[in-house]
Design a protein around this ligand. Structure first.
Ligand code: SME
Length: 153
């Protein structure tokens, strides 16, 4: 069953009651890990130097760092600025395996004032975990994060 994303968006809006990006990104990935079923990893990668993603706040096992824009599903999201949805990571040659449990992946780019600030990455142990509705719902939650957070311009 698809989670109630409108309700989750209202809850996340209430949770993010400071503009601080560090607090809000930590809260957001903890919230998603608690509220969404069948996830083994949720976290932010941040562009802190050109064309390179640095590991930010996350929930799950220790993960890969750094990830260049040229590599992996996260790199593709950063490069194209389009959400990447992978039903089975084993079928993607370019996938970077951090946690062997990961099977499906959704990566949403976070763009502020035409600059790629970072990406939000969600991994699931269940193949085909993310539906169209999940993608739209999670993109809405990322929009809440952007609205509620003072991200560097
Ligand atoms: N699988 C990602 C790397 C990040 S981990 O999943 C946390 C990728 O291919 O970019």
């Amino acid at each position: 069953m698809t989670p109630d994303y409108p309700l989750l968006a209202r809850q996340l809006e209430a949770l993010l009651d400071t503009p601080d990006w560090l607090t809000n990104s930590a809260q957001t990935c903890a919230f998603l890990m608690q509220e969404l079923p069948d996830l083994n990893w949720v976290g932010f990668y941040l562009q802190r130097q050109p064309e390179m993603l640095s590991l930010g706040p996350f929930q799950g096992k220790p993960a890969c760092h750094p990830i260049p824009f040229t590599k992996g599903v996260c790199g593709a999201a950063a490069r194209t600025r389009e959400t990447q949805r992978v039903a089975d990571v084993h079928a993607v040659a370019d996938h970077i395996a951090c946690d062997a449990d990961s099977r499906a992946e959704l990566v949403v780019p976070i763009v502020v004032n035409d600059r790629l600030w970072g990406v939000l990455d969600l991994d699931s142990p269940r193949q085909d975990r993310f539906s169209d509705a999940d993608q739209a719902g999670i993109e809405r939650l990322v929009a809440v994060f952007i609205e509620k957070t003072a991200l560097p311009k």
